[in-house]
Design a protein around this ligand. Structure first.
Ligand code: PLP
Length: 401
């Protein structure tokens, strides 16, 4: 007798990316020369995990009591205050309207977005290239996923395709939840321009009277973009306040290179006071109904990193060094890939780039035979330059070509 409920009886076993990573590691351990461009973890050029040392020290400085005790259900008040300040400090209007809940990584924030802003069976809207776990998250929570074609003919964000889909979803399901992962989108590496942000905001405002429209900005990589001010895009979002739901999935995973610490938050900016209180309550309830509360020790370490000026400055300086090493790989990639005629979106920085291919699965398989591991998806392969040493970028480009 099958005891699993029918919808859970045919779940794929294992995660595609983690499976490819395991295969790459196995072959490397057996002595083969392998380039593993699968996992979204920042590695140094010598192949070791790139760590923000200051963050590491802060984690180890957390008291035994802090590791052992429960955190409040929505997270410690200091953490929530620090995260809201970190994300929104340059835009007082958004900051004043913000509430937040601690989540295990940004993933938890995405989960809370899906569960609180879509009814069962309704579809999340996102770009046609997207981080695979968006699909897993909606599957797991009995929602669906729909996409709009991400790039237009000029190679920029296809805002017209977004608008058509928003209009379509409002007509069919009477509400919209849009996930945009920016900057340094996973998997394409694309970062939206100021003009694209403005156009997206105009589209959302144009349709906001027809039903609840909510934008969730997945800011997992926001400190790795090439814009001089990572908060620069926020000013364009201010007109949404009170008209379009505005959420931010904040994560400490990449910003502090502590992926396994599982510290994140969902921030919601809500213009109306009553709605803000209801949102705060709904998010806390959702925490209790899923993971109860996050690890107090992780929240405590990250709060210190955000609020102690000396530690915050040290983290920024270390992260700048990591970004420099990543930028060197991006430059080599761009120089070589352009020369080889590879087709990929504008790529100025970040953990990943995606190279278009009509036969992505075949290409990834052939590359694997040459010892170069990338992640295929429909129409493209994702290259995690974050985990490729600068000297191996040429081998990756050659294998792609
Ligand atoms: N969003 C995107 C696009 C990601 O690539 C990731 C991690 O790889 C996340 C969110 C969430 O990561 P975490 O849950 O570790 O914060």
């Amino acid at each position: 007798m099958q005891h699993l409920i029918p919808s859970r009886q045919t779940r794929p076993s294992g995660d595609v990316i983690f499976a490819l990573n395991a295969e790459a590691n196995k072959r490397r351990a057996a002595g083969e020369s392998i380039v593993n461009a699968t996992l979204g973890t920042l590695m140094r050029d010598d192949g070791t995990l790139a760590l923000v040392e200051t963050a590491s020290k802060a984690v180890h400085a957390v008291s035994r009591e802090d590791w052992a005790a429960y955190a409040p259900i929505p997270g410690t008040p200091d953490f929530l205050k620090a995260v809201i300040h970190d994300a929104l400090q340059s835009v007082p209007a958004l900051k004043a309207a913000a509430v937040a809940a601690a989540t295990p990584g940004g993933t938890g924030g995405l989960r809370h977005g899906i569960m609180n802003y879509l009814e069962p069976g309704q579809a999340l809207l996102t770009t046609s290239y997207f981080w695979g776990p968006y699909q897993t998250l909606v599957d797991e929570h009995d929602r669906r996923l729909e996409t709009f074609s991400m790039f237009g003919v000029g190679g920029g964000l296809d805002v017209a395709a977004l608008e058509a889909k928003v209009s379509d979803q409002l007509a069919t399901q009477k509400r919209v939840l849009l996930f945009l992962n920016d900057p340094c989108q996973n998997p394409t590496g694309y970062s939206m321009s100021d003009s694209e942000w403005k156009q997206v905001v105009e589209v959302l405002l144009r349709h906001s009277q027809q039903g609840p429209v909510t934008l969730l900005v997945d800011m997992a990589y926001w400190l790795y973009g090439s814009a001089p001010d990572p908060r620069g895009f926020l000013q364009h979002l201010v007109p949404l306040l009170g008209k379009v739901g505005l959420l931010f999935a904040w994560s400490a995973s990449k910003s502090f290179t502590h992926y396994g610490l599982r510290v994140g938050a969902l921030i919601a900016c809500v213009g109306d006071e009553g709605e803000r209180a209801a949102t705060d309550a709904a998010l806390a309830y959702a925490c209790r109904g899923t993971w109860s509360n996050c690890t107090r020790g992780g929240l405590s370490a990250v709060t210190r990193l955000l609020t102690d000026p000396a530690l915050a400055a040290a983290c920024d300086a270390e992260r700048d060094q990591l970004k420099k090493s990543l930028s060197a790989r991006v430059k080599v990639f761009n120089d070589l890939a352009r020369a080889k005629g590879l087709v990929y979106p504008r790529y100025e920085g970040g953990f990943f780039v995606t190279v278009f291919s009509d036969d992505a699965f075949g290409l990834a398989k052939r590359m694997k035979e040459q010892g170069v591991f990338v992640v295929p998806q429909k129409g493209a392969v994702r290259v995690a330059l974050c985990s490729v040493s600068v000297n191996d970028v040429e081998r990756v480009v050659n294998a792609l070509a």
